[in-house]
Design a protein around this ligand. Structure first.
Ligand SMILES: Cc1cc2nc3c(=O)[nH]c(=O)nc-3n(C[C@H](O)[C@H](O)[C@H](O)COP(=O)(O)OP(=O)(O)OC[C@H]3O[C@@H](n4cnc5c(N)ncnc54)[C@H](O)[C@@H]3O)c2cc1C
Length: 336
C-alpha cells in the first residue's frame, strides 16, 4: 500500500524545513522531500539572519533537518516529478517512481535565478557576481561595483548598492534607455552610466577584474550586480491546475497565495521564494511556519467536522434504537 502522510512538504530549504518543524511539533505525520539544491548554495554564508549570521547555508539546513527528525518528522532525498489529486488526498510521484499520498501539501521549492546570458557570469554567481544588497552589501562595501542593467529595476538596484559603496557604475547593457528622471537620480548620487553591451566577465587569478564591452573596452570592477529573472519551481503542480504567473514586481514568476500561503487549490499551501521572490532566509522560514500553522488549523477543522458528523450519527442511531425498542415493547403489551 502507498505510504501516507498527513502533510507532505515539497522542498527542504528554510521555508520547507521550518514548516515541517512546526507540523512535526503539532504531532502531524510529515514527510519532507528535498532535491538538495537550495538557492543560496553558492554563497559562503547566510547573512542578516539573527543569531545565525554568516552560518554556511548547508550547515543551517543540516541543523534544520536534525530538528525536524527530533520531533518524528521524516525526510527523503529526491525530486518530485508530478502531483495529482487522488480523491481527498494527493499522490506525489518522485523521479525514480516512488509514490506517497498526502492529505495536505506544503510547496516550498524556491525559485530558479535565470541569470543574464553573459559568458563567465554564472561561474562567479554568489561570489563576486551578486544580486541582493541585504545578503552581500556589507561584504562588498567600499569596493568598485558595476550594476549590469537588464531591465527597469536595475536603476533601483544601483541606487540601493550606492548605500554600501561610493564607487558604483551603471552598465546599461541591455536595459532600456534611461528616462530623464532616472538619469538625474543616478547623476545626483554620483553613479556614472556606461553605454554599450557587456560581452564577457573578466576574471584574473580567480577574482573578478571587470567586464569587457562589445567594443573592446574594459570596465574595471571588483563586484558585479546582476538582476536575475526569478522563476518559481512549480512545473510539477500543473496537473493540479496550479502554475506560476507573473509577479507584480516584474521580477519573474511566482505561485500566488494569501498571506498564510493558501493557494487557489484546496489543500495546497506555498511558502518561501516559490511565492515570494524577495523573501530572504528569515522571511522564508517565517512563511513556512505560518503556512504550517494554517495547515494544522485546516486539519483540526476537518477532524472536528468529521467528529461532529460521527457523533450526530451515533446520537441518531441511539435515538432510533430506543424508539424502535419502545415500539416493540408497546406491541408486546398489546399482544401483537
Ligand atoms: C547567491 C545567493 C546568496 C544569498 N544569500 C542570502 C543571505 O546571505 N541571507 C539571506 O537571508 N538570504 C540569502 N539569499 C536568499 C536565500 O537563498 C533565499 O531566501 C532562501 O533560499 C529561500 O528559501 P526557500 O526555502 O524558499 O527556497 P530554497 O532555499 O531554494 O529551497 C528550496 C528547496 O526545494 C528543493 N526543490 C526544488 N524543486 C523540488 C522538487 N521538484 N522536488 C523536491 N525538492 C525540490 C530544492 O532542491 C531546495 O532544496 C541568497 C540567495 C542567493 C541566490
Amino acid at each position: 500500500m502507498t505510504e501516507r502522510y498527513e502533510v507532505v512538504v515539497i522542498g527542504g530549504g528554510a521555508a520547507g524545513l521550518s514548516g515541517a518543524l512546526m507540523l512535526a511539533r503539532a504531532r502531524r505525520s510529515v514527510l519532507v522531500i528535498d532535491g538538495g539544491s537550495p538557492r543560496n548554495a553558492p554563497a559562503d554564508g547566510v547573512h542578516g539572519l539573527l543569531a545565525r549570521d554568516g552560518m554556511p547555508p548547508a550547515e543551517l539546513l543540516a541543523r534544520g533537518r536534525d530538528e525536524v527528525r527530533r520531533y518524528g518528522g521524516h525526510l527523503a532525498d529526491g525530486e518530485v516529478d508530478t502531483v495529482t489529486r487522488d480523491g481527498e488526498d494527493f499522490t506525489v510521484v518522485l523521479a525514480g517512481g516512488r509514490r506517497v499520498r498526502a492529505g495536505r501539501l506544503l510547496v516550498a521549492t524556491g525559485l530558479v535565478d535565470e541569470l543574464p546570458e553573459v559568458p563567465g557570469l554564472r561561474e562567479r554567481w554568489g561570489r563576486d557576481v551578486v544580486h541582493c544588497p541585504y545578503c552581500h552589501g556589507w561584504e562588498v562595501r567600499d569596493r568598485p561595483i558595476g550594476v549590469l542593467a537588464t531591465g527597469p529595476l536595475s536603476v533601483h538596484q544601483a541606487l540601493l548598492f550606492r548605500q554600501w559603496s561610493d564607487d558604483v557604475v551603471f552598465l546599461r547593457h541591455t536595459a532600456p534607455p534611461l528616462g530623464d528622471e532616472q538619469a538625474e537620480q543616478l547623476a545626483a548620487r554620483g553613479v556614472p552610466v556606461v553605454e554599450g553591451e557587456v560581452a564577457s566577465v573578466e576574471v584574473v587569478a580567480d577574482r573578478l577584474a571587470g567586464v569587457r564591452l562589445r567594443d573592446g573596452r574594459l570596465v574595471a570592477r571588483e563586484v558585479l550586480v546582476a538582476g536575475p529573472r526569478m522563476v518559481a519551481r512549480a512545473g510539477f503542480l500543473a496537473a493540479l491546475g496550479l502554475r506560476a504567473v507573473a509577479h507584480p514586481s516584474g521580477a519573474g514568476e511566482h505561485v500566488p497565495a494569501d498571506p498564510m500561503g493558501r493557494t487557489d487549490v484546496p489543500g495546497v499551501w506555498v511558502a518561501g521564494n516559490v511565492t515570494d521572490p524577495a523573501a530572504q532566509v528569515g522571511a522564508a522560514a517565517a512563511a513556512g511556519a505560518l503556512a504550517a500553522a494554517a495547515i494544522n488549523g485546516d486539519l483540526v477543522a476537518e477532524e472536528t467536522r468529521r467528529a461532529v458528523e460521527a457523533r450526530r450519527r451515533d446520537v441518531f442511531s441511539a435515538e432510533t434504537e430506543a424508539r424502535v425498542s419502545e415500539l416493540v415493547a408497546g406491541d408486546r403489551r398489546h399482544g401483537l
